[in-house]
Write a protein that binds this ligand. Structure first.
Ligand SMILES: C[S@@+](CC[C@H](N)C(=O)[O-])C[C@H]1O[C@@H](n2cnc3c(N)ncnc32)[C@H](O)[C@@H]1O
Length: 401
């Protein structure tokens, strides 16, 4: 390891922060007096055609962004360095990256590497957060057999890839509405092979400064073992898969986000019920088959004005889907969730293409009464004895008769 004098470190900072080859810089291992300051992230920006340096101070619970002209920015960095407030400094330049580390007994170590992907600085101010998975080179994509070793998405995985990106895009707007918290705990029920679980976990790790803890619940042991192996191999911290059923899962700590994508039939109800019971701030489900309500509709064959439609099997199927999911959305609303139902991915790719998203707000007693009345009306009209989610909520005293 090579060591250099503090005066050399100061020169490097002065030279590179005021030069135009700076792509970004991070200052970490903060040892100063500011409570909760974790690190400092720097990038050049152009504001009204003035070249400035944007400082993002990353605290445990929030980010503070300030922009300084180059002279002030350099002076501040020099002061940080003189007072040894940050013990690690990484300068990412167009051609090379420089890593400086303060060792109390030996001073500043110095390491330089050629920049792997030479890039010019992006001077866009307040650039929108990327809402898509751009890094196809993460090892887990290949392990999940979505990409080849170079990160190229396989031809036969293109639909899945589109679905993953659309999922992230839809969720990103709801995620920004979640209450402030230091940690974001996600439970993904019926995680399967984990494509969407990995995608969301990694996306959140990249996009927020929060600690991300994700649990994938799945009853197939082979899938649980595979996903845990891939998570470990890819060094994705905070992501784990557990073997078990949705019905029996009891979270050890409160969950912020409940997800259940394509969990069959009433497994979606079990998942929503868990979300409501544990007061998850966000519930996201993509229902799969809708057998419970369909069986009931076919058994009772209620006479109503819609019989001209439901005598056709395919329409009966769609009818059961819409009724099941509309009641799910209503019951979530009863518990204060602002719900929206959106298309997950075009039905050209999969018929299971609806996503119900519920963001927990306040319970409104007047609205609860309306929902109860609507539920009674719907059940009479369709001859539906019970909806499985309704049954679960009533059994737990979470829904009045
Ligand atoms: C169709 S896959 C969907 C996987 C993943 N969520 C996705 O959308 O790509 C459904 C998964 O849920 C699991 N599953 C279904 N019912 C379950 C239950 N009650 N408890 C736990 N896992 C369940 C199945 O084993 C299967 O792996």
């Amino acid at each position: 390891m090579k060591f250099i004098q503090k005066s050399d470190v100061l020169e490097l900072l002065k030279k590179h922060v005021s030069g135009t080859e700076l792509v970004k810089a991070t200052l970490g291992s903060y040892k100063g007096a500011e409570v909760d300051l974790k690190n400092l992230y720097l990038k050049p920006v152009s504001i009204k055609n003035n070249y400035q340096i944007s400082f993002t101070y990353r605290y445990a619970r929030r980010d503070i962004v300030k922009n300084y002209d180059v002279i002030v920015a350099t002076e501040m960095l020099v002061a940080f360095c003189e007072q040894e407030e940050f013990h690690s400094i990484s300068l990412f330049l167009q051609q090379e990256n420089i890593f400086l580390q303060w060792h109390p007994k030996r001073g500043w170590s110095y390491r330089v590497e050629a920049a792997e992907n030479c890039c010019t600085p992006n001077l866009a101010h307040n650039k929108q957060k990327e809402r898509k998975i751009t890094d196809t080179k993460s090892a887990y994509w290949h392990e999940l057999r979505l990409t080849d070793t170079d990160g190229k998405v396989y031809k036969n995985a293109q639909d899945k890839w589109k679905q993953i990106n659309h999922y992230i895009e839809i969720l990103s707007s709801s995620l920004s509405e979640l209450p402030e918290s230091e940690t974001l705990r996600i439970v993904d029920m019926g995680a399967g092979k984990g494509y969407l679980t990995f995608a969301l976990h990694d996306y959140l790790m990249q996009q927020t400064t929060k600690k991300i803890e994700t649990v994938g619940v799945e009853f197939r042991k082979d899938l649980v073992d595979l996903c845990n192996q891939i998570a470990e191999k890819s060094a994705l911290t905070g992501l784990q898969f557990v073997e078990g059923t949705i019905e029996a899962y009891q979270p050890a700590v409160p969950m912020d986000i409940l997800i259940a994508l394509h969990a069959c039939d009433t497994a979606t109800d079990d998942a929503i019920y868990k979300g409501i019971q544990h007061q998850a701030n966000l519930i996201v489900v993509a229902p799969c088959c809708h057998k419970q309500v369909r069986r009931e509709l076919e058994r009772v064959k209620a006479k109503n004005e819609l019989n001209f439609m439901t005598r056709h099997g395919i329409f009966m199927e769609r009818h059961a889907e819409m009724l099941t999911d509309s009641i799910r959305a209503l019951l979530m609303e009863y518990h204060g969730y602002q719900t929206k139902v959106v298309e997950f991915i075009s039905d050209a790719h999969t018929p299971k293409n609806v996503l119900i998203v519920g963001l927990r707000k306040k319970v409104n007693p007047a609205r609860q009464k309306e929902i109860q009345a609507k539920l009674r009306e719907l059940k009479t009209f369709f001859g539906l004895e019970s909806h499985y989610l309704e049954h679960l909520l009533k059994a737990a005293n979470l829904l009045a008769d």
